[in-house]
Design a protein around this ligand. Structure first.
Ligand code: FAD
Length: 398
């Protein structure tokens, strides 16, 4: 694999750097740099800046308004975005339901939904998991029963990330339970303002409202909101999940965090001994860096395949496992390196909109909440144990 950038790619990198310097809203960059959580408006402002530049559909085909970028360009973009403290692109519209609609939706659905997704005018959330259907997703019970021109939906979804911001939810629903359980699942788009939809918060370990429960009580959904064929939702969901897992790997943000950690070790905060002389700590740091560099090459291979139009295969499970293990290894290294500054008791400074002085070195005060929050990364998008089952079956042939 040739990893030297061409003249054109270097020029592209400069253009990307200029975009992040000049066109990304500075208030958003500042929040991310301080370790605060961007709010709905911040995400929308950033994604709409990308849209104005024509860069919202990083992975979308050109015919639907996508960038048509090569693997190298995507790699450059993600790395520069992380280096510039850009927030993550919220995946539910642009990376999840958008690709499902342009791949499996009909022309009316493409015309109706894709422009708003691309322009981040509508916020989507993902309604897959249920109280008794997580790893065993095909066991889901939320039911959609056909009634003339509508489906009547009853049931509940859980762990719905940022569902309290969402205008629409894409759901896996059961339309048939006579045969194999995978065959009775359909992919339905539901307007969150429909009568009978209720969203309730779940507050996580870090004290944050990020996830929700969503309840459906006799919700009437027009049949034209069914994507593809009834009973084929499982097939569409699987394509979407491979994209989701590739995104979860988070190689570029991890590189950024590692670089910052090294800077912190070189210039430790007052009262915190530098761990640079601690051989055990440094061995763990170096091991993490080696793992991360190896994963970067795996990601490049997957990006190359995706750029040629292929959906990522079981490699996305490898990316998910290693990428999330590395994120958690970095959390632990950061906690130790930041010492007492990892958890100063100023909870409001983690909230969006906090304008006061941050305590401790740049980025360090968010480490303890981030450590707790990141317990999720080995769980969501399909747990790492389930990813190992996928690799055993699809790669090793067990
Ligand atoms: C912060 C967060 C955000 C999320 N956001 C969303 C969202 O926006 N939308 C959405 O639909 N879902 C979301 N999820 C749900 C997520 O996909 C599920 O939590 C996940 O699939 C695991 O399901 P479960 O929680 O029911 O755990 P379970 O399936 O009950 O698993 C419990 C444990 O058993 C293990 N296990 C289960 N089956 C097997 C097996 N066959 N082999 C080996 N080990 C097994 C699991 O690995 C796990 O350790 C989110 C979850 C979290 C934590």
């Amino acid at each position: 694999m040739n990893i030297d950038f061409t003249e054109e790619e270097l020029a592209f990198r400069e253009e990307v750097r200029q975009f992040f310097r000049n066109e990304m809203p500075a208030s958003v960059r500042d929040k991310v740099a301080r370790g605060c959580w961007p709010d709905r408006e911040d995400h929308v402002a950033y994604q709409q800046a990308l849209y104005e530049k024509g860069w919202a559909g990083v992975n979308w085909p050109v015919e639907y308004g996508g960038t048509g970028w090569s693997a190298a360009q995507r790699y450059i973009f993600y790395n520069e975005a992380a280096a510039a403290d850009a927030p993550r692109i919220i995946p539910f519209g642009l990376a999840m339901v958008g690709p499902v609609i342009y791949t499996f939706g009909n022309d009316e659905q493409k015309a109706r939904f894709l422009p708003d997704i691309l322009a981040s005018r509508v916020w989507w959330c993902q309604g897959y998991s249920e109280p008794n259907a997580g790893s065993d997703l095909a066991g889901l019970k939320t039911r959609a029963v056909r009634d003339g021109a509508h489906y009547i939906v009853n049931g509940s979804k859980t762990w719905t990330t940022l569902g309290h911001y969402a205008d629409w939810i894409f759901c896996l629903v059961r339309t048939d339970d006579s045969g194999k359980k995978q065959e009775g699942i359909s992919f339905l788009l539901i307007d969150m303002t429909s009568p009978g939809v209720t969203v309730k918060p779940i507050i996580t370990l870090d004290g944050r409202h990020e996830v929700n429960e969503v309840f459906f009580e006799d919700v009437r959904v027009p049949v034209e909101n069914l994507v593809g064929e009834e009973g084929k939702g499982w097939t569409y969901a699987k394509v979407l999940l491979t994209h989701e897992r590739t995104n979860i790997a988070g190689v570029a943000p991890s590189k950024r965090r590692l670089a910052r950690l090294k800077a912190l070790l070189a210039d430790p905060p007052a009262g915190v001994p530098s761990l640079r002389e601690n051989a055990v700590f440094m061995a763990r740091l170096v091991e993490t860096e080696i793992e991360l560099t190896s994963l970067e090459y795996t990601e490049l291979r997957v990006l190359s395949a995706v750029a040629t139009g292929k959906a990522p295969g079981p490699e996305s499970s490898i990316l998910k496992i290693k990428g999330t293990e590395i994120q958690q290894a970095l959390d632990e290294l950061w906690l130790e390196a930041a010492g007492i500054y990892a958890m100063p008791f100023v909870p409001e400074q983690y909230q969006a909109g906090f304008e006061g002085e941050s305590i401790g070195p740049h980025f360090a005060p968010s480490m303890a909440p981030l450590y707790y929050n990141n317990r999720k990364v080995t769980i969501y998008g399909g747990t790492n144990e389930i990813q190992k089952n996928i690799i055993a079956k699809q790669v090793l042939g067990f």
